[in-house]
Structures are given as C-alpha cells and as structure tokens.
Design a protein around this ligand. Sequence first.
Ligand code: SF4
Length: 512
Amino acid sequence: MHVHIQAEEASFERTLSHIVPLFYEEVKTSYGNGDHAAADMRIRLEVETVGTTITSAAKLTDHTRSVELFARHERLAAAQASPEDRRKSIKQAMCFVLLDVLQQHTGIVQPWGILTGIRPTKLLHERLRSGVPAERAHKELREDYLIADEKVALMQRIVDSQLGALPDLYRLRNEVSIYIGIPFCPTKCAYCTFPAYDINGRQGSVSGFLAGLHYEMREIGQWLKRNGIGITTIYFGGGTPTSITAEEMDELYSLMYDHFPDVRNVREITVEAGRPDTITPEKLAVLSKWGIDRISINPQSYTQETLDLIGRHHTVQETIDKFELARNSGMENINMDLIIGLPGEGEAEFDHTLSETAKLMPESLTVHTLSFKRASEMTQHRGKGKYKVAGRNEINRMMRRAVEWTDQFGYVPYYLYRQKNILGNLENVGYAKPGIESLYNILIIEEMQSIIGLGCGASSKWVDPVTGVISRLANPKEPKAYNETYLAYTDAKIEALNKLFRIQPQLETTGV
Ligand code: SF4
C-alpha cells in the first residue's frame, strides 16, 4: 500500500512518516505538499495558529475503498512558549490528527500513542532527573504523546526497578561500561542479525581476531587506568562468547584483570553463553575462576521442531542439561532469552515454553518479539507456506501471557525497548527477580553512561558526561575487516575518549 501525507511543513516529515507503519504491514509512505495521484491513500494535514490557539485537521481519503475520514484537534500553546516549544506543539498537534484518522481507518488503538522512539522509559527518566514530580511527568506523557495509562504504569515500574538496582543511575556518567564482541557461533541461526560467523568458517581465524581484541583491551584498559575512569559493568556478547575454547576464554579474562582498572570492584560481568551447545564443564570452571557472575543461556523455544527450523543446531534437552550444569557449578545469576512469534509457533507453543521455563526458574528472562514479517522471511527458504506465523492479535495475546506469567512467578520488568516503525507495537522486555536485574542492560537501554565497544561489531556509544549528547563509533562486523583495521579503531576510540572526558592528549600521552 502507498500512503501519501500531504502537508506543507517539510521538517516534520520524519516524525509524521514514522507513525504510518505502526498501522500497516507493507506500506510505502511518501510526503510532500503535492497531491500524489498514484497513492492508494492520501492524508491531508493542515495546521493553523491564531494567537495561542493551534488547530490541526486531517482528511484521509482511501481511494481503494472510497472512504473519507476526518479528525480535528485544538490546543492552547503557553503564552510564554519559546519558538522551539511552539513548533513542538504544532508538530504534536499534527501527529495527533494523523494518529486519529489512522486509528479510525484500521480500528487499531496505539497504546504508545504518537511515540515512535525505541526507548520510552528515557522520557520518564529525563523528567524525573530534572526534578519533575512523578505525577506531573505521567500527565505529560499521557497528554503530550497520548500514551495509555497501562503503558505509563509499566514505565514507572521499570524506572522503579532500575533505580532500585542502580540508586546512583543518574550519577554514573563519569564511569564507563565495556562491551566486548566475540563474533563466532557454532552455526548461524536463520533469524540472526548479529555479527556472528560460523567458528569453523572462512571469515578470518579466531586467533587472529583474538590478537586484535587483546590489543584493544590492553590499550583501552591502560587509558582508563591512566585517567582514573572506573568501569561499572563489563558485557561479553556476540556471537556467542563461549564459542571459543576454555583456554582462549581463560587468557581473555586474565588479560581483562591485568589491564582493566579495578576489575574486582566492577559491579557486574556478564558472558553470553547463549548457545547451550557451547557450554562445557571446563568453560564453566573458567568463568567461575574469574568471578564471572552472570551468564545467559538462551533456549528461545522449547519446541524441537522450531529449533530445527531456525537452525539452532541444539536440542531442547541440551538447554535443560546445560542450565543444570551451570547451576551445579555454582552459577547463581542466569538469564534466559525467549522469543515470541517464531515461525510455526502460536500460543500453545509459547505456553509450553513458559511451563518449561518454570521448571528452571532463571534469575532473569528477556522476552523478545519477532515481527510476523521477519518470521515469514525466515521460512522463505525452508518450506514456504508450510509454517504458520502468528498474526498481530495472537502476538499481543502472547505478550500479555508473558506479563501474567512473569507476575505470577515474581519477576519484575526492568527494561524495555520498542522495535522501530513496525506494525503491532512490538516490545522486547527484560524481567528479573527483584535485586538481580542486569545493570548493563539498564545502562545501555537508558543511555546513562558511555559504553566502550571492543571487538567485532561492537558499537561504542559516547554519552557526554556534561551535556548528555550521544554519539557513536562502530567497529567493523566481519573478523577479516576487523583484523585489518583494529589499530585505527583503537586510536579513534582513544581520541573520542580524550574529547569526551576533556583530557588534553599531549598531557594524557606523557602521563603528566
Ligand atoms: S546463537 Fe545468537 S548470535 Fe549466534 S547465530 Fe544464533 S542468534 Fe546469532
């Protein structure tokens, strides 16, 4: 379907165009002042300001069904409003009427209103951090974005969990967290969008990659030590960081202790051991030797046919066995990732996954939601049409089921991010037993401090400690490209860190 938004104001294009895909699965959106004759649907947006009164109006014409729908909204801008605030009010007024006509057209009510950003809880943190009382902050979220009460309550629950886990959350900008990307997996899963390469494949050798990673860790670790910058959390992700051998893991963690500052006081070190087929007693012994206190073992589903279909190459029983093995080796903080909406899976399969999870009781659970478009794409090369893919309503019911189940078993939601521009308002939610929330997940989702990314596909996110302005620098995804460029990327990171923490490079390099 082609939807054309006809509006005079060019600078609102991005915001307005992002609202349309929340309602339709396959949609092309065009935007402009002209009357796009080829479009299936046209939405004309108008806005008028008289004094402090802003009036917006929308007319939707669906040419395929000869339907016309209308919406109108009026609001008062504060008399003292700055030009910037006034523009924001005009933009919101246009979003409101656009949302209104699209809701009328589809019958879909958007619980997040006009909000299209992926980190809704950031909005609440921003207000609370600047001293706005909670009740007023909630009112603003409801009125400015049309967020439903149920979602505002969820945001407050998440913010409460986060501040419980990290009471100094708003004061951590002078520290950093570290993400280390190990880009190998035993095999590549069909739905994978991460930098993950078959460990036996041809994308560069593991030892070559590790040599580059060791270099980055040494250089960055020494920079942190020289400049007195502490580390809050360290996260090994990928790929599957337990794909490498126990000896390689041992060497890596030993190097981390040698070169990073004060590792014994880092608040949390996580190693993703996502694929159960990579977990061995030797590797668990290495994790415990180095005090790694949190791992992730990811079943995704407890239906064998699904695991086979998505190319996980391990059995359901193996997940259960490796979970028990990790528990018996003393691992007391285990996360599990589940996915709603995998191909071939509906409510019955998800219920089965939940009841199997209840037998293991991991400390935390991350529930991802796969869009039906993505699920359909996954089956394209594997028996097209043979596998059912859950629709929007069924996905919503499964998401609700996850909420009820986690409530019933004493988990609290502690982070959430929304998928961008996608029908169904899909969310990924992290749940944890109170007090065992992943600190790294909170810090990265809420963008509360800089995360230094080392290794393949690792993205560094710089959060300016003074202004909060965010910028990024991503390492290459492929091991081969990484091996060729890690020296330059390490230099670029040190330069960025010097700037971020206002350190004079000449003084920094001479250690003065
Ligand atoms: S285990 Fe995870 S990172 Fe590895 S291929 Fe599968 S989805 Fe990708």
